[in-house]
Structures are given as structure tokens and as C-alpha cells.
Design a protein around this ligand. Structure first.
Ligand code: MLC
Ligand code: AMP
Length: 504
């Protein structure tokens, strides 16, 4: 095959009149129509001078055209680089320069702020709005609806997704054609997806979950998706009778349970509810089953590895666990200090190897070597144990990471900004429990001697620099931060002390 990802997930549907997308409030879009959109978009990108292997960065709202841009990149061999729409220009600049993106797709509303970030680099900025307007939409409309399929091998780069790091700069995870394709085929099979499936798609499409797990699995099965612009629990409840499956972060499930109209009447036609990206409380799993009779299927993955484990479709879906390693994925639990295997039932760090595991970090060979062993095992930084019968339970994170509503917040990034603020000697950012989002960030600021930090001014500085989901929901001023004898800030003490500040 010249381009296995394109041919297996997309090209084979080119003549199909079966529905692929039901956009919220719009007309259904068939596979054939979607693939024609993708071809026009691919021709448009080529007409801008891009070659296979060039990066296409996109910070755009969710829409059928936004998905077609992803498909166009697969077809034309361009490397797709989706960016969270919440990122501020201050955050964006780094991704655009580090990746060397040749084309940056923004919206008409954001173009004026995005264009200066790449001025002088030779990158082209085009726009694509959710209502099919914008310069790229106009250019695509003038193109032929068939396009060449670029020759790409299984190990060629298909996508670059940035993940923040516990220290230093964000890292671009390089995902190959085969990383994406192998995982899509494995998941479609494991979760029994078929042409008859209609997925409720309410996730963002700039992360692994909404882009690869949801979209690629539906493409692999030839099913359809009801495409919501964003998560809205009322819309989800309204459309549920037309659907068969849902993929969501745990917040989707707690919000559904809080909805007065949600119950077994609504879920009668559904065959599967899948959760991931953040821990699903066993209590949510149990309440969901009591209300609907459905046992949520929890799975575990990450940007660098796609999906690693899943509870079984048939067999026991065990609440509080992320299930068993997926077919083709080797998983071991090791001692973080020595890398030696931990005996069954013991706690250690999860390491995974398989066709799902990424190629490494973009232009960061040292970071790659630190996390991706020479024998192919990737050190995830998640702490877990594996039971005698193979079920994996995640019990914490070795990495200093907060997961808020399924979005990752790296304390270090927020702390660096807080530390620079007038009146602040130093800061610590911790995750505290939150009933809706699982956990959220809270900042503890140690005041500089004889000074008082101005919280309004600090909030304004955060607004300028950080995506909203990263901003601490509360800032607390203290005289000093607790430290151990080695001088390290004791976040566990802060978590105990301030863990109830948002729920009390
Ligand atoms: C929104 N806000 C958040 C937030 N989402 N704050 C913290 N954490 C979040 N996740 C902020 C908004 O900016 C707003 O701030 C305020 O909270 C209220 O917003 P909202 O309207 O209630 O939020 P909503 O749009 O409903 O978003 C909540 C959500 C969304 C849970 C639907 O965050 C979401 O779609 N999450 C999914 C993330 C995801 O796809 N993760 C997958 C990563 S891939 P203000 O200040 O304006 O009031 C991965 C690998 C794997 O992890 O295994 O899948
Ligand atoms: P990301 O880097 O955004 O892809 O986030 C990946 C991280 O999300 C993993 O390393 C885990 O810490 C976490 N994660 C994903 N799925 C689950 C899950 N089902 N339970 C607990 N944590 C999860």
C-alpha cells in the first residue's frame, strides 16, 4: 500500500454514500462527500507549496471541515499538528516555531494574533471557520474533488501532538502512520465497532481521545458520528436515542448523572459507554450502572502511546481499574528507581511496548532517551499495580501532573509564571479534588519578605499567558512553603492542608 493510514481508514470509503457525520443542526455528510472535502483541502494545501512531511498546525473550532483538514493531511502526507483552542498566543508561539510548521490554520477571529507569531519564518497563515468560511475554505472550494494520495510508509510521521513536560519545554510526540492505524484497528475490534454504530462525539478534536480514539475507530469500522461543536449535556441527552455509543472523559459521566432527564429510558438503544483520559471514580461507575444498567468500559492511554489497556467488551468490566493490556501491547510494572520488574500485585511505574508506541519526541533525542528505552519500552510515569488476573489499577502518578476535566496541567509551567510575579517569593501548584472536573489547580504563593502579592494583578498576568483550564481556581498566600530536609517542597502536605478548599 502506498499510504496505509489513508487507504485503510479513508480511501476505501471514497465511493460510499453511507453517512459519516451528523453535524449538530446540519445536514448529514456521507463518506464520499467527506472524502471529496478532504481531497479539495489536500489540493489546497499542495497549492500553497507544501510537500509531504511538512507540518500543518491548526488551532480551529470543531467542525466537519476541521476533521476534513486532518483527513487531507493523511492523504497529502502532511504532518497534522492540532492545537488546543484554549491556548493563548503566548503558548502558541513555541509550538509553531518548534515544529517549523509551514502552514498555520487559524480562524478569522484569531488570525490577527496568530500571524505575528510566524512572521518572517516563511510559514503561511490561512483561516478556516466552523461555518465553512475563511481563506482556506475559499481556496479549497476552487479545487478538484479528487487528489493524489501521497506515498507514505508505516513509520512515516502522521501527526505531531505536543504534551507539556514536568520540567522544561513542551515536547512534540511524533506519531507514525502505523501508531495510529494499528491502535484504531485494535480498538475497533476490541470494542466491537461496526458500520451500524453511531457515536456521540462531544470531545475536542485536538487531542488523542477525540481525534484518534473516537474518529479513527469510527473510520475503521465505517460507522457514523453525531458531531457536537462542544460538550453540552442537554444536547447529548437529546441526541442519545439516535446513537449507539459514547466516548467521554469522566466529567461527561458525572454531568450525565446530574442531569434530571438521564436514565435507562434514554440509554435503551445504546450498546457501549467508554471512559478515559482521567480516572473514573468507582462510585461513578456504580451509580451509572444503577441508573442505566450499563457498565462503563474504562480504558487507559496517553498521547505518546495511544491506548494501552481496556476493560473487556465481553467479560468483567471492573470498576476502578483500567482493564487489561490491549492485544499487541506489552505492559510491565517496574521499579522507578531500578527499572526492574515488580512482582505481581506490587506497585510500580507502567511501561509499555508495541506498535502503538510513538517514535520519540520531535527534535529532542535526549528527552526521548530518558523516557523511551532502547528495547522499545516507554516509561509512562503512571503508577499502578497489576492483579493476578492481569487487570491494571492506576494508583497515582510518578509525574507531577494535574488532570482537570481530561486536560493536563503541568504545575511547573504555572509555577514558573507565578514565581515571576511581584511580591511572590515562590509558589507551588497542586491538584485538589473537584466534583465536576475531578481535580483542578490551586496555587499556593509564599510572599516575598515584607511584601504582599496583588492577586488581581496576578490573575491578569495569568489571563494573558495561560489557557483558562490551566489557571489556578484559587490562589492562597502563605508565609512559606513546607519543605523536607532535602529542601524539596512537600506537595503532599499542601494537598492535605488545602485539599478541601474548593469542596468545603
Ligand atoms: C473548561 N474549563 C476548565 C476545563 N474545561 N477548567 C479546568 N479544566 C477543564 N478541563 C473552564 C472554562 O475555561 C471556563 O472557565 C470554566 O471552566 C467553565 O467552563 P465549562 O463551560 O463548564 O466547561 P466545558 O466547556 O463544559 O468543558 C468541560 C469539559 C471539557 C470537561 C467538557 O474540559 C472537555 O471537553 N474536556 C475533554 C478533554 C479531553 O478531550 N481530553 C483528552 C486528552 S487525550 P472560565 O474561567 O471562562 O469560567 C488523553 C489521552 C487519553 O488524555 O487517554 O485519552
Ligand atoms: P495525555 O498526556 O494528555 O495524553 O494524558 C495521558 C495521561 O492521562 C496518562 O499518562 C494518565 O496519567 C492519564 N489517564 C488516561 N486514561 C486514564 C484512566 N483511564 N485512568 C487514569 N488516568 C488516565
Amino acid at each position: 500500500m502506498t499510504n496505509p493510514l489513508y487507504e485503510t481508514l479513508l480511501g476505501r470509503h471514497a465511493e460510499s454514500q453511507a453517512p459519516f457525520l451528523y453535524p449538530e443542526g446540519g445536514e448529514p455528510i456521507s463518506y464520499a462527500a467527506f472524502l471529496a472535502m478532504a481531497s479539495r483541502m489536500s489540493n489546497a494545501i499542495t497549492s500553497l507549496g507544501l510537500m509531504p512531511g511538512d507540518r500543518v498546525a491548526a488551532q480551529i473550532d470543531k467542525s466537519p471541515e476541521a476533521l476534513a483538514l486532518y483527513a487531507a493531511c493523511v492523504q497529502g502526507g502532511f504532518v497534522f499538528l492540532p492545537l488546543n483552542t484554549a491556548y493563548t498566543p503566548a503558548e502558541l508561539g513555541y509550538f509553531l516555531s518548534d515544529s517549523g510548521a509551514k502552514l498555520v490554520v487559524a480562524t478569522d477571529a484569531t488570525e490577527a494574533k496568530v500571524a505575528p507569531l510566524v512572521s518572517g519564518t516563511g510559514a503561511v497563515v490561512e483561516t478556516l471557520n466552523a461555518d465553512v468560511t475563511g481563506s482556506l475554505a475559499a481556496l479549497a472550494a476552487r479545487q478538484a474533488h479528487q487528489a493524489p494520495v501521497a506515498e507514505r510508509g508505516p513509520d512515516d510521521l502522521a501527526a505531531l501532538l505536543y504534551t507539556s513536560g514536568t520540567t522544561g519545554r513542551s515536547k512534540g510526540a511524533m506519531l507514525s502512520q502505523n501508531n495510529l492505524l494499528s491502535n484504531a484497528l485494535t480498538l475497533a475490534r476490541a470494542w466491537r465497532f461496526t458500520q451500524a454504530d453511531v457515536l456521540l462525539h462531544a470531545l475536542p478534536i485536538f487531542h488523542t481521545h477525540g481525534l484518534f480514539v473516537a474518529t479513527n475507530v469510527i473510520l475503521a469500522a465505517g460507522g457514523a458520528m453525531i458531531l457536537f461543536g462542544k460538550f453540552d449535556v442537554d444536547a447529548l441527552v437529546r441526541e442519545m436515542p439516535k446513537a449507539s455509543t459514547l466516548m467521554g472523559v469522566p466529567t461527561f459521566y458525572t454531568r450525565l448523572l446530574d442531569h434530571p432527564g438521564f436514565g435507562s429510558g434514554l440509554t435503551r438503544g445504546m450498546r457501549l459507554f467508554i471512559s478515559g483520559s482521567a480516572p473514573l471514580l468507582a462510585e461513578t461507575h456504580i451509580r451509572f450502572e444503577e441508573r442505566t444498567g450499563h457498565r462503563i468500559l474504562e480504558r487507559y492511554g496517553m498521547t505518546e502511546t495511544n491506548m494501552n489497556t481496556s476493560n473487556p467488551y465481553e467479560g468483567e468490566r471492573r470498576a476502578g481499574t483500567v482493564g487489561l493490556p490491549l492485544p499487541g501491547v506489552e505492559l510491565k510494572i517496574t521499579d522507578p528507581a531500578t527499572g526492574a520488574n515488580v512482582p505481581r500485585g506490587g506497585v510500580g511505574v507502567i511501561e509499555v511496548r508495541g506498535p502503538n508506541v510513538f517514535l520519540g519526541y520531535w527534535q529532542m533525542p535526549e528527552k526521548t532517551r530518558e523516557e523511551l528505552r532502547e528495547d522499545g519500552f516507554f516509561i509512562t510515569g503512571d503508577l499502578a499495580r497489576m492483579d493476578e488476573d492481569g487487570y491494571v489499577t492506576i494508583i497515582g502518578r510518578g509525574k507531577d501532573l494535574i488532570i482537570s476535566g481530561g486536560f493536563n496541567v503541568y504545575p511547573k509551567e504555572v509555577e514558573s509564571l507565578l514565581d515571576e510575579q511581584p511580591g511572590v517569593a515562590e509558589s507551588a501548584v497542586i491538584g485538589v479534588p473537584h466534583p465536576d472536573l475531578g481535580e483542578v489547580a490551586v496555587g499556593i504563593l509564599a510572599r516575598a519578605k515584607g511584601q504582599e502579592p496583588d492577586l488581581d494583578q496576578i490573575a491578569a498576568a495569568m489571563d494573558e499567558a495561560l489557557a483558562r483550564f490551566k489557571r489556578p481556581r484559587k490562589l492562597i498566600i502563605v508565609d512559606e512553603l513546607p519543605r523536607n530536609t532535602m529542601g524539596k517542597v512537600q506537595k503532599n502536605i499542601l494537598r492535605q492542608r488545602y485539599g478541601g478548599v474548593l469542596t468545603a
